[in-house]
Design a protein around this ligand. Structure first.
Ligand SMILES: Cc1ncc(C[n+]2csc(CCOP(=O)(O)OP(=O)(O)O)c2C)c(N)n1
Ligand SMILES: [Mg+2]
Length: 344
């Protein structure tokens, strides 16, 4: 392994003001939608698990901007930001959290199981690390078909301790699969801090064990995220093999809605809030010539869109009980190829 730690040279233009405005808008929208989701949870309009992404928005938005619509995305249960960055509407996302039929997973998946085939967004999984081999599988399909697609897999620092993660890494590198493994290191796995759960604190170093290209970058600035993930995606798409990245980030809320997050060190949350990704994007926009009124108008539009999603979800119908077992298995098994025993 010669230079696993060196990111390839940048090959993307700096984002234009309209692009950056769109990224800012999306980060703000994710945050506002999640703030309303937190409210709905305390009102018992959302039941079950609900893991908020607040603080990490730059990672989802910057990385989604590095993909094409044909690329595949697989993620864990902290998935609200990723699916919205992929283009799923706040209405469809919020309706899913409320368990209503217009939800992106028909109202029967809930917060942890957001999924949209149309957006090549393959979930939303609750088993820590269990989804990582699925991303390798999607990348295998892309390579087998030679269609130029890349799979992007998000996972946490806790998931980078799991066996499924190591196995997926080994196989992806062996077969040079077009996959980017993106660890969102937010310093905690539930209430367990990073240094209590891992000897390595930069999860990209896991790539060294299998000879995979890898690097770490700060995840607080959407442009920096975009540039880093874009380089990794380009590398994977070129056929040069997978990449493992670590984005250093931080979640402002507890692990899930039931966690008051009392385990943080004094001042820790404030020190990360000082690097807030939305404030960073605002500063970038002002430097590019945006004015304060423009940003205030945009914030008003985003607040209204988030509220609209809440109201829509609140009024939407619950799924028809007759659909309970739909979407569990494919409606039909594919026909067996001649001369084979088929897939069963
Ligand atoms: C296999 C498995 N073990 C344990 C759990 C319980 N659990 C849910 S989330 C979590 C922490 C994962 O942390 P991380 O991967 O860092 O993701 P984050 O929540 O920080 O986004 C654990 C241990 C689980 N869901 N699955
Ligand atoms: Mg974590």
């Amino acid at each position: 392994m010669a230079d696993g730690q060196t990111p390839p040279a940048p090959n993307s233009e700096a984002p234009t003001r309209p692009q950056l405005t769109e990224w800012y808008r999306m980060m703000l929208l994710i945050r506002r939608v999640e703030e309303l989701a937190a409210k709905a949870y305390t009102q018992k309009k959302i039941l079950g698990f609900c893991h908020l992404y607040i603080g990490q928005e730059a990672v989802a938005v910057g990385s989604a901007a590095a993909l094409t619509p044909d690329d595949y995305v697989v993620t864990a249960y902290r998935d609200h930001g990723q699916i919205m960055s992929r283009g799923v509407s706040p209405r469809a996302m919020m309706a899913e959290l409320f368990g209503r039929s217009p939800g992106v997973s028909h109202g029967i998946g809930g917060s942890m199981h957001l999924s949209s085939r149309e957006h090549n967004f393959f979930g939303g999984y609750g088993i820590v690390g269990g989804h990582i081999p699925l991303a390798a599988g999607a990348a295998f399909a892309a390579k087998y078909r030679g269609d130029g697609r890349v799979a992007l897999c998000y996972f946490g620092d806790g998931a980078a301790q799991q066996g499924a993660f190591f196995e997926a890494m080994a196989m992806a590198q062996l077969w040079k699969l077009p996959v980017v493994f993106l660890c969102e290191n937010n310093y905690y796995a539930m209430g367990t801090s990073l240094e209590r759960q891992s000897y390595l604190i930069d999860m990209s170093q896991r790539g060294d064990g299998v000879g995979m290209k890898r690097w770490q970058f700060p995840g607080f600035d959407v442009v920096e995220v975009y540039e880093n993930v874009r380089r990794a995606v380009d590398h994977a798409r070129s056929g040069a093999g997978p990449v493992i990245l670590e984005a250093v980030t931080y979640r402002y809320r507890g692990h899930s809605m039931s966690d008051p997050a009392k385990y943080r060190k004094d001042g820790e949350l404030d020190s990360f809030r000082a690097k807030d990704c939305i404030k960073n994007a605002e500063a970038r926009l002002l430097a590019l010539g945006a004015n304060a009124e423009e940003l205030t108008r945009l914030q008003g539009e985003v607040d209204a869109e988030a509220q609209d999603a809440y109201d829509f979800a609140d009024k939407a119908p619950i799924p028809d009980p007759a659909t309970l077992y739909d979407y569990v298995y494919a409606p039909e098994a594919p026909a067996a190829a001649p001369g084979t025993e088929g897939g069963r």
